[in-house]
Structures are given as C-alpha cells and as structure tokens.
Design a protein around this ligand. Structure first.
Ligand SMILES: O=C1O[C@H](COP(=O)(O)O)[C@@H](O)[C@H](O)[C@H]1O
Length: 223
C-alpha cells in the first residue's frame, strides 16, 4: 500500500488539494474536460476549502460525489450540501456539479436518469475517496443490501444501498467506476481508521469494501 503520512490534518488537506489541482490541470492540458469525484462526510471539508481557490479552468471540470445520502440538499447531512458550500465556491464555482440525489422517495425511482447524466463524465479523472472505521468506502457498506452488485466486475455506474445502522438510504458509485478513475486517492484521519485500513488489506471486499479500491490507490493519512 502506498501510504503518505502527514503531521496533521491541515497539512494533509493542503497537500491533497495541491496534488488534485495538479492532476486536474494536467488532464485539462489536452483541451477537453476533466472529472473530479469527491466524498462526503467530515474528512474532506478542509481539503475542499483549499482546492476551491485553485487556479484551474474550472468551467471544464465536472464534479460528482462518490456517494450520497438520500436526502434533499438542504439537509445538514447532504453530501451535496457540503460540496456546494465548501468546494464549489471561489474559483471552483465555475465547475459543473452532477448531484446523485433527485427528489424522489426512493433512489430506484430516478437512478437511471442520474446515471445517464454521469455517462459523459466517465471515466473519472481524479477520485478522492473516504472511508469509515467500518471499512466502507463511498456508500459501499459491509452488510449492505446491494454490496455484491456494487463490487461486481460488470456493475452499473450507481447502486442504491441500505445497510444496518444507516439513518437513510444511500446511492454509491460502484467499485468498477471508482477503479476506472485515472487517479485514486483515499484520505483518512485517526488511528482507528489507520488500523481498520491495515486490517482491510488482508480481508475480502465483501467484509471490508475498502479492499476493493486499494490497488493503485494513494492513501493519505493524518493523526
Ligand atoms: O457516510 C459517509 O462516510 C464516509 C466517511 O465519512 P467521514 O465522516 O468518516 O469522513 C464518506 O467517505 C462518505 O462519502 C459518506 O457518505
């Protein structure tokens, strides 16, 4: 595993933002568009703050989430809400955002439409992925009802996901789509996640979904 250790989370945020900006800039040099996939949760906020001011042709960048909680964007737990408030500001406000949520009772009702909107943005140029201490990545949860589909070689772009203990339904990019990214970064903080990651490296993706995305992935860790 390629793990970069940082002295603290602020330094990690700054470095990851610079790395991602550089990778997007390289991709944009060919004249086309680039796609950035980002996680929700607590970990990426500071990195979003740093990346939002990067001097890039943001109007040629598509931004999508790795996963979403099935909640309207006004909800405090909405991953889209955080992306809009902390990443798509400053220069990055010019990027094109592709939400994974649409107003419908269940993800299944609108998933095909959301997937159709993502097709032109694939493959992902840079995927930043988050992980929980339970070893879930994106919303590929251990014990999730659609985990097998989310890990399958022929998986669709998105899977709906329900898992024990979750307070709402989820939608997630599948491991196939995350692994199709030209560059993959996993960003985690704290010893419990570090220990979980090291354990996961010897486990099956069915038990530790993060194991499905570790190949060719750079891990960034701060205490
Ligand atoms: O629920 C989620 O959790 C993971 C990890 O979040 P964190 O708060 O521990 O950083 C996140 O990567 C995912 O996008 C999110 O929906």
């Amino acid at each position: 595993m390629n793990i970069i250790d940082y002295a603290d989370a602020d330094l990690m945020a700054l470095d990851v933002a610079q790395l991602i900006a550089g990778e997007l800039e390289d991709a944009l040099m060919s004249g086309g568009r680039a796609t950035l996939a980002v996680p929700g949760g607590e970990t990426p906020g500071a990195m979003f703050d740093d990346l939002s001011g990067a001097d890039l042709d943001w109007d040629r960048v598509d931004v999508m989430l790795t996963d979403e909680r099935w909640l309207p964007e006004v909800h405090v737990r909405s991953n889209a809400r955080q992306v809009k408030e902390r990443l798509l500001t400053d220069r990055a406000a010019a990027a094109r955002f592709h939400p994974l949520y649409a107003p419908a009772e269940r993800p299944d009702d609108v998933l095909a439409d959301i997937e159709a909107g993502l097709v032109p943005c694939l493959p992902i140029t840079v995927a930043l992925i988050g992980m929980g201490t339970d070893m879930h990545v994106a919303s590929l949860f251990p014990g999730g009802d659609n985990l097998a589909t989310g890990l399958a070689a022929e998986a669709p772009i998105l899977v709906p996901m329900q898992a024990p203990g979750l307070s709402e339904a989820r939608v997630s990019l599948t491991a196939r789509v995350l692994n199709g990214a030209l560059s993959k970064h996993l960003m985690i903080t704290g010893n419990p996640k570090r220990n979980a990651l090291e354990k996961a490296a010897h486990m099956s993706p069915e038990d530790a979904p993060v194991a499905a995305i570790l190949e060719d992935c750079t891990v960034h860790w701060a205490p």
